[in-house]
Design a protein around this ligand. Structure first.
Ligand SMILES: Cc1ncc(COP(=O)(O)O)c(C=O)c1O
Length: 351
């Protein structure tokens, strides 16, 4: 008599239902399908991998750039200012060329967005309003309970929320900025449906990186072919734009919203001082949208954009539709201040 050995378990000839059959109907066979794991990474080689990866990545980048077969589908974008191609960035405790300036994927900013920031501006080798920017940076870090915040003197690295085991990373990006807005002819705004955060959910006094509602407002502005978007507070009063603070002029009075919902901008504070010095009447209060629609002049303020005239809001021409005399006067006063003040950068050489 001949005997055959028939091993338990599915065979290719059994068809796709075999695993189910063996596991349920024919459970008495005791068949367990073997689990397939990928080949485990040999941890004895971890250090070697760590050392060789930078070289491997740099070769890979080079091949990607030179080979037509494996060219990246997205070419690196042209920089708005080519001079920024060769900049050095401060990341953590190192100065690195642009290409190598990276944040770890384990940094809590990647998942939680818990970071604070400042945009500083340099005029002729002098940092404008440095103390004011550092004050806001330290206040924002304190409000978010960052620990190991460096002192003002050592501003190097260190700001870290308690759960970020890797500590925090101070990043300094010294970039040339092209003009943000047309400050000579003015710009147009539309009102976004996306509201500015209230202190109920995220206090606008913290200069944080959670800018999604501002980005949504900006998308609304882009879709309406406007330069930027006005954001209202929860009650429908004007708060600011997606990226700047906002002022209006009516019958010689200068009005700006309280900083309850808007960022207390450093340019806003500077301009408020200038307005008073220019002996103009300044009023800080709730302002409705129709007051902006019917204003004589409107301007926005920000470190990068400086003073930007607004000539149209939601299709309404503001004043004469030209840059107004009060706007010009405050623009000039601001320009003068940037020329006269600032903290000199010791290593600055005029090119
Ligand atoms: C939402 C928002 N409003 C206003 C401003 C202007 O602030 P500052 O004058 O301090 O640059 C900024 C700049 O960061 C901003 O992001």
């Amino acid at each position: 008599m001949m005997s055959f050995r028939w091993e338990a378990g599915p065979k290719p000839v059994d068809g796709i239902w075999a695993p189910w059959w063996y596991k349920s109907v024919h459970i008495s066979t005791g068949f367990q399908q073997s689990k397939k794991y990928p080949v485990p990474f040999p941890f004895s080689l971890y250090e070697l991998l760590e050392q060789s990866l930078p070289l491997y990545n740099s070769l890979r980048r080079h091949v990607k750039q030179t080979s037509s077969l494996i060219k990246s589908s997205l070419p690196p974008p042209d920089l708005p200012v080519p001079a920024n191609e060769k900049l050095l960035a401060w990341v953590g405790d190192e100065i690195l060329p642009r290409e190598s300036a990276k944040v770890s994927v384990f940094d809590s900013v990647v998942q939680g967005g818990d970071s604070v920031w400042e945009g500083l501006r340099v005029y002729s080798g002098k940092i404008f309003k440095l103390d004011e920017h550092l004050d806001r940076l330290f206040d924002s870090a304190k409000a978010l309970a960052f620990i190991n915040v460096p002192t003002r003197e050592e501003v190097t690295s260190g700001m870290s929320p308690a759960f970020n085991l890797y500590g925090c990373t101070l990043i300094v990006l010294p970039e040339w900025k092209p003009p943000v807005y047309d400050n000579t002819h003015g710009i147009t705004l539309v009102t976004a449906t996306t509201r500015r955060n209230s202190p109920n959910n995220l206090d606008s006094k913290i200069h944080h990186n959670n800018l999604l509602n501002n980005i949504l407002a900006k998308i609304e502005g882009n879709n309406a072919n406007a330069d930027d978007a006005i954001m209202l507070d929860k009650d429908g009063y004007v708060s600011e734009t997606n990226a700047t603070n906002i002022f209006l002029v009516k019958k010689g009075h200068i009005l700006t919203p309280h900083a309850d919902y808007c960022l207390p901008g450093i340019t806003r504070a500077t301009v408020m001082d200038l307005v008073v010095k220019e002996q103009l009447v300044l009023v800080e209060r709730r302002i409705s949208l129709s007051e902006f629609h019917t204003a004589d002049e409107v301007w926005m303020t920000g470190t990068m954009g400086e003073l930007t005239p607004v000539v149209k809001i939601d299709g309404r021409i503001i004043g004469t539709g030209q840059v107004g005399p009060v706007t010009l006067r405050v623009q000039n006063a601001y320009k003068k201040l940037t020329e006269e003040s600032g903290v000199p950068i010791p290593t600055y050489h005029r090119t």
